[in-house]
Design a protein around this ligand. Structure first.
Ligand SMILES: Nc1ncnc2c1ncn2[C@@H]1O[C@H](COP(=O)(O)OP(=O)(O)OP(=O)(O)O)[C@@H](O)[C@H]1O
Length: 359
């Protein structure tokens, strides 16, 4: 299989990030292990507060107080990997833009409202490359065109406020990709957009990723969106990895009860509800994590053991999953009952991928 031959571009090993607060040291990311293969998309999914954005910050070297990386490694690169957690601020600045770049939910947080879109792209290029301004301008116009904007010369001279939300997101994608980074991190890039524009932007990211062979970490709370983007999926819950597998496996046979709940909520996600109707309750606060399995208070299958003991990650059916149901010698019947086939949901979601167009 082609996938098996690909090298890793990112290896996260035993990553620990803590928040140093008045309530003590809180494990916002707890011994996380993940890998991303070059050219693939790793989807990170979980409800609000699960630590997804903190993970993005850790990869970008942007964890700020009260947060701190307290352990583990984030190895980045093809042949000789460098540990991003050990880099100086100067080295990280160099890597951001050319090695790794990021797009956010709200383009206005990273675009300068006073500077024309074209000029912002030119400034990004000249900050990272030895290149004349005329050449940088030609490249800026070309990348504006390549993100599906039909009048690039006009948009070049416009400030972000003159553009629609979808167009602004396209400009942010252009800025993120103009220096051909190896890795693109997308943190909820379409959450603020309406469904049609969302489909166009997802299509655009997929097309550019294929053309440029970029590796992508794609973060979303929405399993429907993840199903359209990811080759491999990591499900996070309150700072812990609870399931990790090929997307196909996650969507056809989700193992963890939390993943199954996220899956069941797909049709309701677009209603922007704060909680999942299919899973009662909320993600626990980091200062009051349950003693046993952190998902046990919301889990229909929780036993006394789940409420008193923390499960470790186990390999089951080609997945990694953090649940006692899938331990060697675990309850085979319950296991069978849980791993329901949800391939129909997946097929429905594949159908949602929209045509690209200016939005
Ligand atoms: N500066 C901070 N001070 C205190 N708590 C924080 C801080 N930053 C993050 N947290 C807490 O860390 C946890 C993880 O936050 P994070 O933003 O990474 O989650 P998320 O899954 O990305 O959710 P969202 O989609 O809402 O951003 C949350 O419980 C959040 O309240």
């Amino acid at each position: 299989m082609e996938n098996m031959e690909r090298e890793n571009i990112l290896e996260i090993k035993d990553l620990d990030v803590r928040l140093f607060t008045e309530r003590g040291e809180l494990p916002v990311i707890d011994r996380l292990n993940l890998t991303l293969r070059a050219g693939e998309t790793l989807g990170i999914v979980g409800e609000s507060g699960c630590g997804k954005s903190m993970l993005a910050s850790a990869i970008m070297g942007l964890v700020a107080r009260p947060g701190k990386v307290t352990g583990g490694e984030i190895l980045f690169g093809r042949d000789e990997k460098q540990d991003l957690t050990k880099m100086s601020a100067k080295e990280l600045r160099r890597i951001r833009g050319t090695g790794i770049s990021m797009i956010f939910q709200e383009p206005m947080t990273s675009l300068n409202p006073l500077m024309s879109c074209g000029r912002q792209i030119v400034e990004t290029i000249v900050a990272h490359e030895k290149i004349g301004r005329a050449e940088a301008k030609a490249r800026a116009i070309s990348i504006i065109r390549s993100v599906g904007i039909q009048r690039p010369e006009k948009v070049y001279g416009e400030v972000p406020a003159q553009l629609s939300g979808g167009m602004r997101q396209r400009i942010m994608i252009a800025m993120a990709l103009v220096c051909n980074p190896e890795l693109l991190i997308c943190d909820e890039p379409t959450t603020a957009l309406d469904v049609t524009v969302q489909a166009q932007i997802l299509g655009l990211i997929r097309r550019l990723q294929k053309e440029k062979k970029t590796s992508v970490v794609f973060i979303s709370h929405d399993m429907g969106v993840i199903s359209q983007m990811a080759d491999r999926v990591a499900v996070m819950y309150a700072g812990q990895l609870v399931e990790y597998a090929q997307a196909e496996a996650i969507f056809t046979r989700p193992l963890h009860p939390y993943t199954q709940g996220l899956q069941a909520a797909i049709p309701k996600m677009n209603e922007k509800k704060d909680s999942l109707e299919s899973i009662p309750g909320n993600v626990p606060m980091l200062y009051e994590l349950p003693k046993g399995c952190i998902f046990s208070p919301r889990c229909a299958y929780a036993t006394d053991r789940c409420r008193s003991e923390r499960p470790q990650i186990v390999e089951a059916d080609g997945h990694r999953v953090r649940c006692f149901l899938y331990e060697q010698g675990g309850d085979a019947q319950r296991r069978e009952m849980k791993a329901t086939d949800t391939s129909e949901t997946k097929i429905e979601n594949k159908k949602k991928i929209g045509e690209e167009g200016e939005g």
